[in-house]
Design a binder for this molecule. Structure first.
Ligand SMILES: *Cc1c(COP(=O)(O)O)cnc(C)c1O
Length: 433
């Protein structure tokens, strides 16, 4: 089922060429293989759970474009909706019914969302949500958690892993200290630190931003105590609780993490799955919060291509397929099978590692675990991860190229493919002990 995919001369040549005209040869650093070494694979096509590279090698895909392809590549209903939209135009710069269709699907699905504004990326959704939280509360400070990623938003691009209650230092040149001086970085799964922050900055915190299932330091699950304490503290101190569901929205449940855990935020950011592979982000919440957004309110936010009709058609078809199918049971069963198989493989190989999973998101950490925050995640043996990654890549399994990422199962995967992946992992882990 899986073949030797280790020969990739055309991919190597394509990367050489790309590096001359694109910084690092990539349009997003996460694709660059920086953490694992080697040359990024240039892809030619995808079909269901499969990717084919420019050399004609075929891989089973556990990246899914970093989350959007929950239905696999080229789902027939999605392809049909895109083709139909293309018969009208690629963009109007005026309202179209498809925007309301996608907004209605989001509002019906996501418990806390009554109104939603479309953007072109998760980053834009995050940036706009920060502005809205500040505009709606008249406060400046925002809280984020170490190891959580909210896009490359200046004010949230803060050195992860900073000690509790230290104000943020920018983690990229080009972000002035002024942009992050109002950002407070705390440890995930530690509600006592948030309580202390509200004491230290009374009536100053506009919003508390988090990934309610964390995927961007590898998969880390929030404790029930943590989520409940966050909700309670935000309510008591008049701050907005903002769930960044760009990755986990429509992924860990149709209504996202908030539906799965029964905790209701004041603001929600979406992306990835809602675009079905097209550039779409969104932020939403109760009408009482969203009324502050321009043109109704005075918090300005805009986009020439926001709500693009082709992207909306793709998103609408994706969400309808998720709503009307038995997709989430299938994802749960397949991902549980993968988790069990990988856990067995780890044990058989005698390697120090653990698997953490929520729904169809999972990470194999090369540390004993459990991983509850960034400090735990950073105990991972990333050199071992790099060897594991390349071993799997050469055996036809395409994984995220960093220890600190989630792998995704799609509804197009099959039990046979999961078992073949586990067999490959057994082989590779056996060489790492
Ligand atoms: C991917 C991601 C983002 C950023 O989305 P982009 O579309 O890449 O800008 C923000 N937050 C989370 C949780 C993400 O996983």
């Amino acid at each position: 089922m899986l073949a030797d995919t280790s020969s990739r001369p055309l991919s190597d040549a394509a990367f050489e060429k790309a590096q001359k005209v694109i910084p690092g040869g990539v349009n997003s650093p996460a694709r660059a293989f920086g953490a694992v070494g080697g040359t990024p694979v240039h892809m030619a096509s995808g079909e269901g759970p499969w990717l084919t590279d420019v050399d004609g090698n075929r891989y089973v895909d556990f990246v899914g474009s970093w989350g959007p392809h929950i239905l696999g590549h080229r789902h027939p209903a999605v392809m049909e909706a895109i083709a139909d939209a293309l018969t009208r135009s690629t963009s109007f710069g005026a309202p179209t019914p498809a925007e309301t269709d996608l907004a209605e699907l989001v509002v019906e699905a996501v418990p806390s969302v009554e109104q939603v504004r479309m953007t072109n990326s998760g980053t834009e959704a995050g940036m706009s949500a920060v502005r809205l939280a500040r505009g709606a509360t008249g406060r400046d400070k925002v809280v984020k958690f170490a190891g959580n990623y909210h896009g490359h938003v200046d004010s949230l691009l803060v050195s992860a892993g900073s000690g509790a209650l230290t104000l943020g230092h920018p983690s990229s040149p080009g972000v002035p200290a002024g942009c992050t001086q109002d950002t407070v970085v705390l440890d995930y799964n530690n509600p006592q630190q948030l309580e202390a922050a509200f004491k230290k900055y009374p009536d100053q915190i506009a919003g508390v931003f988090l990934e309610p299932v964390c995927g961007n330091m590898g998969v880390v699950t929030p404790t029930e105590e943590f989520l409940n304490a966050l909700r309670d503290l935000c309510t008591r101190h008049g701050a907005l609780l903002a769930f960044d569901e760009v990755m986990c929205g429509f992924r860990v449940a149709y209504g996202g993490a908030q539906a799965r855990f029964g905790v209701t935020p004041d603001l929600t950011m979406l992306g990835k799955v809602i675009g079905g592979g097209m550039p779409v982000g969104a932020y939403g919440g109760p009408a009482e919060v969203m009324k502050h957004v321009s043109p109704v309110g005075s918090v300005y936010q805009a986009g020439t291509l926001s709500g693009n009709p082709v992207a909306m058609a793709c998103g609408v078809a994706t969400l309808k397929a998720l709503r009307d199918g038995d997709v989430y049971e299938r994802l749960e069963a397949l991902a549980a099978r993968l988790e069990a198989g990988l856990t067995d493989a780890i044990e058989a190989a005698g390697v120090e590692a653990c698997v953490q999973r929520v729904g169809s998101m999972l990470t194999l950490f090369f540390t004993a675990g459990p991983v509850e925050n960034l400090m735990d995640a950073q105990k991972s043996d990333v050199e071992r991860f790099a060897k594991y990654f390349h071993g799997m890549l050469d055996r036809g399994v395409y994984l995220p190229c960093s220890q600190y990422e989630a792998m995704f199962v799609s509804a197009a995967h099959t039990e046979e493919l999961i078992d073949a992946t586990v067999a490959a992992a057994k082989e590779v882990l056996g060489t790492l002990a």
